[in-house]
Ligand binder design. Structure first.
Ligand SMILES: O[C@H]1[C@H](O)[C@@H](O)[C@H](O)[C@@H](O)[C@H]1O
Length: 604
């Protein structure tokens, strides 16, 4: 992809030095990125709460179908919420959608915390899902449209950093609240905790402004200038420059609109505008690739992965999970501090390449664990009270321990000394303790001979390897892949298409998130854990090539200029000519001044 020289919409020269910003823009950004925190917190806290909810009074009995529905309804509804938020943020404004999202989030958190039955909990989870869908789409758009160009990438990266921070806090609070009567009170506190930041965000946004670009597009010229004054800390030169850019760009768009006689829904216009369609496709693919790299399998199944690498103690598992989520939290500081220096592409390619290597490393680690795990006895040596006609018995037959414990219905029954054993169907009443047939069945509540039953765990010399590999993966993923799809999507689109395209690409993120999370366990049963991670590595190699050839560098371009990067030469020439004409008109208008409130001000 070729780079273009910066084409200022207004034809003005950019002020020579960056503006000296005040506190305002940082307060505004901090309040906005709370949306990222809520996103991360909500997607993670449910795993801790789920340890207790199935046995909580009022929620019992909760079978696996209910559990799966309660966990996956929020990402599912987030996909719907992010799709809805595009149109609504065009009509009512970005700020009101943020207000709506934080209000719905607060309500959802309180409904979950106060649930007296499963239906109420389900309603709470639906509200939370809609709210995070709204937040995940609108916060990057809000920051992209408000932030000064030279810190735009950094501020949107802070949104991604807050997602990871929300995930760490969810792990820690999940652990902490599990000490406070977890079946009656603890799980409720886990949900209620999130109502505090969402309420803070709601209150902040009562006072914070709408984005200058939305304001101007919707006819609020004076308000646009007022917001720019605050964002640029009264720096006149920058306020004039940005104001001129916004005006010229809007006029240019109006002209283009009239020339091409666009009418009907925005999506129709996107389909008929090749360079915007291309940007929207690239943006959506980046979000899809982010999920196809398997980030959420590692985050959602951390406990399973730790157990299956040979750790059998629950407390150790919890603390290793916290350690891993810290790796995921440290990484985003790298793009935040480097993005405005080295640019988006280098960081993205660097992180993507390292993610491929660490996925291969995870696969190798799981392969070693698999090869090192104990063998099963040949089929003709299955003895004891083994009944091969028992349901599931055949599916559990000729595998080693690792294959056996990866299969949902089976467990490994082994000689406590020699370690060799049988892969048997797990008991339906007590799957973690007994098999349903064979040498590990319950005899008066215990296993009668020298055998031991393992549902998740295989003894291995490589215990630490998959855990180290996951830590390395989380560090490399979060040092670029976590942030860049969000940053680039907040920059790629012209104003008229921005909210629709960001909502499409955000929906792509949620849909692929769901697909990967729902298929991981079945995938490991078909191609093994190592096979699943190598598949993700293969998909990430495709992502690398995709980024290399199709993603432009957006660093340093104003949000109005980025659109040009997706045009071919002819389209760019036409757009440049039209913009030049607009510039001449705008310049002549901007040179005239009128008296306003006793002061001489520009006439726009
Ligand atoms: O950028 C975020 C981040 O990487 C999160 O850790 C992950 O859970 C999300 O799905 C992703 O979109």
């Amino acid at each position: 992809m070729v780079a273009i020289a910066a084409i200022s919409s207004s034809g003005r020269d950019k002020p020579a030095s960056n503006p000296r910003l005040g506190l305002f823009v940082y307060i505004l950004a901090s309040a906005a990125v709370i949306g990222g925190f809520l996103f991360g917190y909500d997607t993670s806290v449910v795993s801790a709460a789920m340890l207790y909810m199935p046995d909580a009074p009022g929620l019992k009995p909760m079978d696996t179908v209910w559990q799966e529905v309660l966990v996956s309804i929020s990402p599912g509804m987030a996909a719907v919420g992010s799709l809805m938020s595009g149109t609504s943020s065009d009509y009512i404004g970005r700020r009101k959608v943020i207000l709506g999202a934080s209000a719905i989030f607060t309500l959802g958190a309180l409904v979950c915390a106060a649930s007296v039955n499963k239906i109420m909990l389900l309603i709470g989870r639906i509200l939370l899902g809609i709210a995070i869908g709204f937040a995940s789409m609108i916060v990057p758009v809000y920051l992209g449209e408000t932030a000064p160009t030279h810190i735009r990438g950094m501020l949107v990266s802070a949104f991604a950093l807050m997602i990871s921070f929300g995930q760490v806090v969810a792990n820690v609070t999940g652990g902490a609240f599990s000490y406070i009567d977890p079946y009656n009170v603890g799980w409720r506190l886990m949900f209620a905790f999130a109502a505090v930041p969402s309420l803070i965000q709601f209150v902040c946004f009562i006072f914070l402004p709408e984005t200058p670009r939305w304001l101007y597009e919707n006819g609020f010229e004076e308000e646009t200038r007022e917001v720019l004054e605050k964002v640029y800390n009264g720096d006149k030169e920058w306020v004039e420059y940005e104001m001129a850019e916004i005006i010229a760009f809007n006029e240019d768009q109006a002209k283009e609109n009239a020339q091409n006689q666009h009418s009907g829904p925005v999506i129709w216009r996107i389909l008929k505008t090749p360079h915007v369609l291309k940007a929207c496709f690239i943006g959506s693919m980046l979000q899809a690739f982010q999920q196809l790299a398997g980030i959420n399998t590692i985050l959602y199944y951390t406990a399973d992965i730790i157990r299956s690498s040979g750790i059998s103690n629950n407390h150790t598992t919890i603390w290793i999970s916290v350690g891993l989520s810290v790796c995921n939290f440290i990484g985003p500081f790298i793009p935040m501090s480097l993005i405005e220096k080295v640019g988006r592409r280098i960081l993205f390619l660097f992180s993507c390449g390292l993610v491929v290597l660490s996925l291969i490393f995870i696969g190798v680690a799981f392969l070693l664990v698999n090869h090192d795990s104990a063998a099963t006895f040949p089929a003709n040596q299955y003895t004891g009270n083994f009944n091969s006609s028992y349901p599931d018995a055949k599916g559990c037959f000729p595998r080693n321990c690792d294959f056996c414990v990866t299969t949902d219905a089976c467990g490994f029954c082994h000689d406590a000394n020699t370690k060799q054993g049988y892969c048997l169907p797990a008991s339906s009443d007590d799957p973690e303790v007994f098999s349903s047939t064979g040498s590990c069945t319950s005899t008066n509540g215990s296993i009668s001979n020298n055998f031991k039953w393992e549902k998740y765990y295989c003894d291995t010399r490589f215990t630490l390897l998959p855990i180290i590999a996951c830590g390395v993966y989380l560090l490399t993923f979060s040092s670029g892949f976590t942030s860049l799809p969000w940053v680039l999507n907040s920059e790629f689109y012209p104003m008229w298409a921005r909210s629709t395209c960001v909502s499409i690409s955000t929906t792509s993120n949620w849909v692929f998130n769901l697909i990967i999370a729902l298929t991981y366990l079945s995938l490991t049963q078909v191609i093994g854990k190592y096979g699943a991670f190598w598949l993700y590595a293969g998909l990430t190699v495709i992502a690398f090539v995709f980024i290399l050839f199709l993603v432009p560098e957006t660093k340093g371009y104003s949000i109005e200029e980025v659109e040009m990067l997706f045009m071919n030469k002819k389209q760019r020439r036409e757009a440049e000519t039209r913009r030049r004409e607009t510039v001449t008109e705008v310049r002549s208008r901007m040179n005239s001044t009128v008296s306003f409130g006793g002061q001489q001000v520009h006439k726009y």
